[in-house]
Write a protein that binds this ligand. Structure first.
Ligand SMILES: Nc1ncnc2c1ncn2[C@@H]1O[C@H](COP(=O)(O)OP(=O)(O)OP(=O)(O)O)[C@@H](O)[C@H]1O
Ligand SMILES: [Mg+2]
Length: 244
């Protein structure tokens, strides 16, 4: 049986003592890609930050790779435990080169950047380029590439497609699937593009205004797409224009 890399039970998390995510139960097993869907402001980023120890757990528990995340904020612990978190802003240092950003994956010594280039060959030609000069898609490759170099057992990616052209995120999404399949890492994938995420996911959760409103296998959610539209967008269909 695969290891449960994330187990959230009855989580209340938020800011200044006010919960914006309430009573959330969610788990991810090793090798699974789990989509975490929901409209703007639903609490998806807040949940990921609580898992990473950057937002306070007000109630409930978060267990990552068998260890309890402390209620007080302690972000440094998670990386040591084998968790990589690609945040909404991608966490890239723009002044540094692509190679230097990749090297940061291993603060203790030299990092072999080959695994990142295996998944994202385009990065191989860009190693000396300043990260701030990369396109949005290349930055996302760099962010995920760096996360892989940490050899995570659990990988969280927040809004991978944010600001990217469809052709780019359609290319990136299957790579995330491959990472889970090849390495056995569990992946929690926050996405606005429900269809695209579901196509590469095993299961999915839908959050709305801080409450879990749907969950199931990706197949079930695709089958109940009309229900997903109704919860997700208050009845509207999901057709949005990317920024670029
Ligand atoms: N630092 C903060 N202090 C206070 N409230 C916050 C803070 N960050 C987020 N919030 C609030 O918490 C709620 C959930 O926000 P969150 O960013 O988790 O949503 P999200 O699902 O990630 O949305 P999006 O899809 O827009 O990224 C929102 O009402 C937001 O305004
Ligand atoms: Mg967010």
């Amino acid at each position: 049986m695969s290891e449960r890399v994330l187990d959230i039970k009855g989580l209340h998390a938020g800011y200044d003592g006010v919960a914006v995510v309430r009573d959330l139960d969610l788990y991810v097993e090793g090798g699974e890609v789990v989509a975490f869907l929901g409209p703007n402001g639903a609490g998806k980023t807040t949940t990921l930050m609580a898992v990473s120890g950057m937002v306070q757990i007000l109630d409930g528990s978060i267990t990552v790779l068998g260890r309890a995340v402390p209620k007080l904020r302690q972000a440094h612990l998670l990386a040591r435990w084998g968790v990589s978190h690609v945040p909404e802003n991608r966490g890239i240092l723009f002044q540094l080169s692509v190679e230097e950003n990749l090297q940061l994956a291993n603060r203790g010594g030299r990092t072999d950047v080959t695994p990142a280039i295996d998944y994202f060959p385009a990065l191989g030609d860009l190693l000396k380029r300043q990260a701030g000069l990369l396109s949005g898609g290349e930055q996302q490759m760099l962010a995920i590439g760096r996360a892989i170099l940490c050899k995570p057992k659990f990988l969280m990616i927040d809004e991978m497609s944010l600001g990217l052209a469809p052709v780019i995120y359609e290319e990136l999404m299957p790579i995330v699937r491959r990472i889970a399949d090849d390495t056995g890492a569990g992946v929690l994938l926050v996405e606005q593009h429900a269809d695209l995420a579901l196509a590469q996911s095993d299961r999915a959760y839908v959050l709305n205004h801080g409450d879990l409103v749907m969950q199931g296998t990706a197949e079930e959610l695709i089958r109940d797409r009309h229900l997903l539209d109704a919860t997700y967008l208050g009845g509207e269909t999901l057709e949005e224009e990317p920024l670029r």
